[in-house]
Design a protein. Structure first.
Length: 237
């Protein structure tokens, strides 16, 4: 008899607990958010009510409009700050602007700086995935060939990106519908290459080197893709 009473008490408690949990947690409606994945990248709003694509490509000219409307088109004074009025560079930038009203030189340079650091770091790390999204097919193949050659020798690069001292637009052109903008970067980098035994074969892990690169970025102005990709590189000794 005692056992029966105890069993009934536990059954009553179980029923009470079940209904309390049901009232607190609610019912599934089919509209619940998916479980949080701590290893997935957070979604970002694309401005149209949906998540933005995250493909590691830098929208160099600042294509993303701020809240409250699109970015205003650059004025003549803005262009003149980047290139002297009447110069060939100034005229070329105006040509690009005439077919791409979202192009803004200062915003472009901000994106170019970010792309430069990402590309230099990705190359040192052998990060082919990041490079593929930032480079043209031809430049990507050249970078990958250099990485593969380095890996075949068992070499690794230790690299620390210190920063960019200066970035200037030095050339621009509109070839058909393709806009090309060339930027001269002056940066500081700590880099050392080690062989498979750990011996240094190039560079110095304790010294900051001054590096000057001239990179050309391009974009098809008729494409809905706002991103620019690296299409040519040149190192200045």
């Amino acid at each position: 008899m005692f056992n029966d009473i105890t069993t009934i008490i536990f059954l009553v408690l179980a029923v009470v607990i079940f209904f309390r949990l049901r009232s607190v947690l609610g019912r599934r409606t089919g509209n619940e958010r998916p479980p949080f994945d701590p290893y997935s990248a957070p979604e970002r709003d694309n401005g149209a009510g949906g998540p933005a694509q995250d493909d590691n490509v830098i929208p160099l000219p600042g294509q993303t409009a701020p809240q409250g409307g699109p970015s205003p088109a650059p004025t003549s004074a803005t262009l003149d700050k980047v290139a002297p009025e009447g110069s060939a560079l100034n005229q070329a930038l105006r040509q690009i602007l005439s077919v791409d009203r979202s192009f803004e030189p200062q915003g472009f340079l901000q994106g170019a700086r970010a792309a430069y650091e990402m590309i230099v770091t990705a190359f040192a790390n052998g990060d082919r995935k990041t490079l593929k999204n930032l480079l043209s097919k031809e430049v990507y193949e050249g970078f990958v060939a250099a990485i593969s050659d380095r890996e075949s020798r068992g070499e690794t690069i230790e690299s620390t990106f210190v920063g960019i001292d200066k970035a200037d637009i030095v050339e621009a052109a509109l070839k058909g519908s393709t806009a090309q903008v060339t930027v001269k970067f002056r940066s500081e980098l700590i880099s050392a290459t080690r062989d498979r035994d750990g011996a240094i074969v190039d560079g110095d892990p304790n010294a900051v080197s001054d590096v000057t690169d001239i990179w050309t970025f391009a974009r098809d102005t008729t494409s809905r893709d706002p991103n620019w990709r690296l299409v040519a590189t040149e190192s200045v000794e």
